[in-house]
Design a protein around this ligand. Sequence first.
Ligand SMILES: [Fe+2]
Ligand SMILES: [Fe+2]
Length: 204
Amino acid sequence: MDDAAKRVMGLRLPSDPYWARLALQSPQEILTDHAWLEQKAASSCISLIVNYSDRQQLVEVLAPIVSEEWGHFRMVLHELWKRGLKLGRPRKDEYVNGLMAWVRKQQGRDIQLLDRLILGALIEARSCERFRLLHEKVADRDLARFYYDLMISEARHYRTFLDLAKMFFPEDQVEQRWKEGLAYEAELLKRMEQRLDRMHDGLA
Ligand SMILES: [Fe+2]
Ligand SMILES: [Fe+2]
């Protein structure tokens, strides 16, 4: 990731390119983990729509992203199947669960919305960064294109989540919570176990 991209997304802890090189040695593991990551992205947009159906703009913006994330899930399925690999079972996601613990659940529905939108932007930013590494390291040209396209989509989603947050909350409140989220995410990754079979692990 170049400096400009890093500044745009603000991630505090750059991932080690070594992770991508090793992760690519186990296509079954990394593609299975990736497929479920896309499923969770679609599910969390659905959950936001269900919980905040009174916010018309949120529904309008997130409804097409549900389709897009589900399309990503299907793209990963295609990559698995064309290699004779299977989807496999979903795994416990320490990264997403760790981030969910940061949401202030006792402070009312609006604060929860702010935190969930920031969390969405964080996950998209980290996914974008990791897809970029995979794109740079993978030898298979089709897979390189696949990761490149995903990197572009997730960068756009990162922006969408932050823009949505700024639609509903004052800009300085969003900026403050975004900074707190970035710091929390970096600490979470430092605490996590280093794993090569996960899209998001502690090897950063
Ligand atoms: Fe996606
Ligand atoms: Fe996304």
